[in-house]
Write a protein that binds this ligand. Structure first.
Ligand code: KIV
Length: 270
């Protein structure tokens, strides 16, 4: 998928798929599927590093995940099992709230690590930064609704846009992001009707997570959809029972070793 395909997909009414990924081995596997794009999200802080929010991760750490994902996708490209994937690197907490230089430094490390675009949360107060990033030739994805970097300001991980005032503000922000040149907007945890309205009003695609079925695409955290995170959010569908599968394999390895069945002579050197 290339940048121009994003708007085309909306015009063609063909859904866009995105999953998070933070490492090379799962990136190689995703690259060999029809999933369209990969988000190297700041959710890496929680999923990969065990923090209880996305706040602690910095640009260098996300860039190192971007580089790993980029290498994993490249493995599949080299094997001719994939044509590559569109990679979006998440700008971490406060990296775009301390002025242009700090923001552009963050963009630089993410793009040099292999991202094809960056994503940032919210809009009010950093409109000039969005404009500057887009003006520098770097595609920008917006992220509205439940913006996890503002968890303390929002009073928790809660659905956003139930009140008329916030719903109006979210629609205005989405339109302004489009005006500033964003190529797509993630809508996280907003009521279905509001996500539908925003999707109808925008010419750029919306990507939903907990935003109902009317968005132009859907994103899920890889470990959630694989059943590896233990998260039971209403909006997550477990497409596999990855945890049971991994435990079964580990128990089988342990049992085979204890019973001296592993390794056998075919698995050993003369
Ligand atoms: O970091 C992340 O995983 C995200 C998605 C939930 C959209 O921002």
């Amino acid at each position: 998928m290339k940048i121009q395909d994003w708007s085309q997909r909306k015009t063609q009414n063909k859904k866009i798929t995105m999953t998070t990924c933070y490492d090379a081995w799962s990136a190689r596997i995703i690259a060999e599927t029809t999933v369209d794009s990969i988000l190297i999200g700041d959710s890496a802080a929680m999923v990969m590093h065990g923090f209880d929010s996305t706040l602690p991760i910095d640009s260098e750490s996300i860039a190192s995940h971007v580089a790993a994902v980029s290498r994993g996708v490249q493995m599949a490209v080299n094997n001719k099992t994939s044509k590559g994937k569109f990679l979006i690197g998440d700008m971490p907490f406060l990296s775009y709230r301390k002025g242009i230089t700090e923001a552009m430094n963050s963009v630089e490390v993410l793009m040099k690590a292999g991202a094809h675009a960056v994503k940032l949360e919210g809009l009010r107060g950093h409109e000039d930064i969005v404009k500057n990033i887009v003006g520098s030739g770097v595609p920008v994805m917006g992220h509205l609704g439940l913006t996890p970097q503002s968890v303390h300001g929002l009073g928790g991980y809660k659905i956003q846009g139930r009140s008329e005032v916030i719903a109006k503000q979210l629609l205005e922000d989405a339109l302004e992001l489009q005006e500033l040149g964003a190529f797509s907007v993630v809508l996280e945890c907003v009521p279905t009707a509001l996500a539908q309205k925003i999707t109808q009003e925008l010419s750029i695609p919306t990507i939903g997570i907990g935003a109902g079925p009317h968005c132009d695409g859907q994103v899920l955290v890889l470990q959630d959809l694989l059943g590896l995170s233990g998260n039971k959010f209403k909006f997550v569908r477990k497409f596999a029972d990855g945890e049971s599968w991994i435990k079964e394999a580990l128990e089988a390895f342990s049992t085979a070793t204890q019973s001296k069945d592993f390794p056998n002579m075919d698995e050993s050197f003369e």
